[in-house]
Design a binder for this molecule. Structure first.
Ligand SMILES: [Ca+2]
Ligand SMILES: [Ca+2]
Ligand SMILES: [Ca+2]
Ligand SMILES: [Ca+2]
Length: 329
């Protein structure tokens, strides 16, 4: 019970002035200057249910960090008090714990050059946690490539700072929660270089061409091939093809079958103009220059491969196919 009114008598074991005496034994009666938490009451019960105890625990629900608590004990033999023993202790901060998660230690599976780092942390006394992350190609973190302080979430991405491929990076996260910073263990990882392109539009169909007719894909009718850099480094790309026309007058490496690179809308600047075939060139069956410094970043990494056909004058009727191969060099 909680007695706030100190001007009245407190009756224990009977109702005030009316008898109704409690029938039984009241044992281990205690009085406290404030209401105790349920946790503390439970602790007191556990520690005294077998009788007198030499242990008395204050539960964490009763204390606040940085409080000074004094404990005083007088022994009593039912006649006299002996000499007082006392001690005090400050309620100190419990340090948080932190575990790095991703990229995993010694890993080389992350191919994104702006990876998301994440970790888990907890603080035993529930303080607000603040993090700072260090990423460096030097194992002593003397010249960090990435550094961020005052993070409140357990992850970090820096989309504007790419990491190098095929380089060992070390990373560590420090956490503070009610006290000094505590650091995680140190992890390292490598982003492997990946050279890869894909034709995301891999078919062009020129239907119904007449003899001596000419058609190309620059008017998007039919639409051009589209090539995408699906790796994480710049690449150079070549092109070759199998034979298309049957006529003797139109072998490969003539103007009857040509290609060139064009910017794809939204991906302007995805390649270096010098060294890229941006004007019509004859298709051949040998690897011939197509793209130079083809970009991989996530805003410009696609280009159009335009095709131009001219039907030879004496080409027999029927369907023609040729297979185009693009190769990274
Ligand atoms: Ca803490
Ligand atoms: Ca460095
Ligand atoms: Ca056309
Ligand atoms: Ca175009």
């Amino acid at each position: 019970m909680n007695c706030k009114d100190n001007t009245k008598h407190l009756w224990i074991g009977r109702r005030k002035g009316q008898g109704l005496d409690f029938s039984g034994i009241i044992d281990q009666f205690r009085r406290y200057p404030q209401a105790l938490s349920a946790e503390q009451v439970h602790m007191l019960y556990n520690e005294s249910k077998e009788g007198l105890s030499t242990i008395s625990t204050i539960t964490s629900s009763e204390t606040l960090k940085n409080q000074n608590w004094t404990c005083e004990i007088w022994p009593n033999d039912k006649w006299d008090f002996g000499s007082k023993q006392s001690a005090w202790r400050k309620i100190s901060n419990s340090q948080p714990e932190i575990t790095l998660k991703y990229p995993a230690n010694n890993s080389n599976t992350e191919v994104n050059r702006t990876p998301t780092f994440n970790w888990t942390a907890s603080d035993p006394d529930g303080d607000t946690m603040s993090f700072r992350i260090w990423v460096d190609d030097d194992s002593d973190f003397s010249s960090p490539v990435l550094y961020k302080a005052n993070l409140s979430v357990q992850e970090y991405t820096n989309a504007s700072r790419e990491l190098d491929v095929d380089t060992i990076y070390y990373w560590i996260v420090e956490v503070s929660a009610g006290g000094d910073y505590v650091n995680s263990s140190r992890f390292n990882f490598t982003i492997p270089s990946v050279k890869s392109v894909d034709l995301i539009v891999s078919d062009v169909s020129f239907a119904g061409l007449q003899l001596r007719a000419m058609n190309d894909t620059t008017d998007n009718n039919p639409p051009p091939l589209i090539i995408r850099n699906t790796g994480n480094v710049f690449v150079n790309v070549t092109i070759k093809t199998s034979k298309l026309w049957l006529s003797q007058e139109a072998p490969l490496n003539t103007s009857y079958y040509q290609y060139k690179i064009d910017n794809r809308t939204g991906h302007e600047g995805a390649f270096k103009s010098t060294g890229t075939q941006t004007t019509w060139a004859n298709m051949t069956d040998k690897d011939t220059k197509l793209l130079r410094n083809f970009n991989y970043d996530n805003s410009k990494f696609e280009a159009e491969i335009d095709l131009r056909l001219k039907v030879p004058e004496f080409e027999p009727s029927g369907e023609r196919n040729s297979t185009i191969t693009v190769t990274i060099t």
